[in-house]
Design a protein around this ligand. Structure first.
Ligand code: SAM
Length: 286
């Protein structure tokens, strides 16, 4: 049997990424419920936590497969075997959309590579909600997940954010929030606007908006608790004039990362909103 029909939803055979609430249980969609009820196998990070959600929605899978950052790779062969035997598998995470700062990426790639289908029931993702309600530009968004904890990788990412022309969204644990704000304030313009989106969809939901330097004062006056998404305004939001040095920096970064000069010129023209001829002239001089 390749499909399972249940109420108004069709659950096609394949791997399903099922989005679950990021706090408020009412945010689970009827389609997520249908798919989980129809899945004999559910991959989840934590059987106890997901077990209560599944019970709450009346889903009784035959098997829960623990799929966390340590086990995701080992689960792949088992999932492919189920899919090969026409058994539908769902993947959920502790909260939100699987594969978004959660297990899923490796499994999805392996399922595609083996020629099976991947579907999803879209739903909550903290970074989307945080960006949407932040009041910052949403035409272009860079989701950077969790910053690397330390070292060159962290510094590199912070430097990228300092020059990022899209709105950036980060995830951070409450006990690392202050450290991350200190690092952001020392790399970025401290007057840059940021939004701290806390405990979204939950009882203590809170949205703090202000400058990076004020955010530091703010987190030092509270005990950061709960879950935070950090939304950072684009670098260029308040800047009117683009200097030649800015253009050269942007060109150099792209060329060094492997782009052809022509592609770098095109990207920089779009990114900085300056005439192509000006970027071309500076690129030639490089
Ligand atoms: N897969 C999830 C998603 O789709 O958003 C993200 C999982 S990641 C392991 C957990 C991080 O997401 C938290 O540390 C926090 O930064 C952010 N997050 C999750 N739920 C949140 C909420 N209700 N409010 C604010 N941030 C949240």
């Amino acid at each position: 049997m390749s499909t399972i029909n249940e109420s108004s939803s069709t659950v096609y055979h394949g791997l399903w990424l099922v989005a679950t609430p990021i706090g408020n249980l009412d945010d689970i969609s009827p389609r997520s419920v249908s798919v989980l009820r129809a899945s004999p196998i559910v991959c989840c990070e934590d059987t106890r936590r997901s077990g209560s959600l599944l019970k709450h929605i009346g889903a009784r899978p035959e098997r829960l497969l623990v799929t966390n950052e340590h086990t995701e790779h080992d689960v792949i062969a088992t999932v492919l075997e189920y899919l090969g035997n026409n058994i539908t598998v769902s993947l959920i995470s502790d909260a939100g959309t699987p594969g978004i700062s959660d297990p899923g990426e490796q499994l999805v790639a392996a399922v595609h590579a083996a020629g099976h289908k991947v579907y999803a029931t879209p739903g909550p993702a903290a970074f989307v909600m945080a960006a949407a309600i932040s009041g910052l530009p949403t035409t272009r968004i860079a989701f950077d997940g969790f910053l690397p904890r330390a070292g060159a990788a962290r510094r590199e990412r912070l430097t990228e954010i300092a020059r990022e022309r899209r709105t950036t969204v980060l995830y951070e644990a409450p006990h690392r929030l202050e450290r991350t704000l200190v690092d952001l304030a020392s790399t970025c313009d401290p007057t840059r606007t940021i939004v701290l989106a806390r405990e979204l969809t939950k009882l203590h939901e809170d949205l703090w908006r202000g400058s990076l330097e004020d955010a530091l004062v703010h987190v030092r006056t509270i005990e950061p608790r709960g879950e935070y998404a950090i939304v950072i305004a684009p670098y260029w939001a308040d800047v009117v004039e683009v200097t030649d040095t800015d253009i050269i920096d942007e060109l150099t970064q792209r060329i060094q990362s492997g782009l052809t000069t022509r592609d770098a010129i095109n990207e920089v023209t779009d990114a900085l909103g300056v005439p192509r001829k000006r970027v071309y002239t500076l690129a030639v001089a490089l």
